[in-house]
Design a protein around this ligand. Sequence first.
Ligand code: KG4
Ligand code: ZN
Length: 337
Amino acid sequence: MLTLAIETSCDETSASVLDGVSVLSNIISTQLFHSKFGGVVPEVASREHLKKIIPVTNEALKDAGVSLQDIDLICGTTEPGLIGALLVGANFAKSLSVSLGKPFVPVNHIKAHLYSPFIGNERIDFPFLGLIISGGHTLLILVEGLFRHRIIGKTIDDAAGEAFDKAAKLLGLGYPGGRLIDDLAKEGDPEFHKFPKAVIKNSEFDFSFSGIKTSLLYYLRKHFSGKLPEGDQLRGICASYQRAIVDMLFEKTFRAAVKFDVKNVAVSGGVSANSGVRGRFGEMRKEDYIILFPESEYTSDNAAMIGFAGFLEYSSSKSDLAGLSVHARPRIDYENF
Ligand code: KG4
Ligand code: ZN
């Protein structure tokens, strides 16, 4: 069964072809020019998706060695994301579905991240604990079965990726900042400065990342009075800041793993590419935990994860998904996740 998947929820235009659970092609076109604005400009992103969606889809079909007429299933991201950007990909995917007479599966982008560590696998071992760490969301989810999700923790303010991006801006590094901080942190001393870890009253598994960013802002004002840190100081700040974020993610996740007695942990989203996250979580393999990460091309936004999640949903669903009547929505619906 051949699936064509489309993703346009933020600043990546992506199309992918899958044969069952195997990815045949995954084309990602990233809109790099947003970096000069220090963040994604929604209207500009939508217009760029319009320009790119057909060439990117054609490339995905060509790369997979298939034609549009061979496709059996169409999947597209319908939520959450920038509404204008979502509308381009979702409506393009729906139009293909109507013109080819093939079913359309609407896919939740965050659910797609959640299952991305399993791309290519015929079998998923349940239960697992999913930690999704992206630019807009931070969620800890107990996955009891396929699409049986229990949200046990989420951020009460900024997402983990946002904490990296905002710090990079304060440090004059550019956007998006996660990878830039990660690269500097690799060469820095994580003991350089102790950033405070958030304490959240009455909530065991929720996260908070706005305090650490504010703490960095005050630290820079106090010690660098308007100038930007450089050299070892910059590397030390990045390493210390990254360590504090990784510690917060790690401690809550493993407290939850113990409490819910789950040995399988799957970490996903853009921040799952972080070397500190991979190192710290990976150490738990010594304690008999199974720690899964997506392959690097599936950490950031990509259509392969949309196709994989959509295919899982389609093949496990007994009823008609009535996908064409599902509209694009900017926000995540936590109640029905
Ligand atoms: O999942 P994603 O591609 O997009 C969203 O759905 O939001 O995540 C993007 C986020 C950005 O905040 C980016 O700075 C962060 O992932 N990121 C990283 C790394 N690579 C990307 N954060 C830390 N370390 C990295 N190596
Ligand atoms: Zn994402």
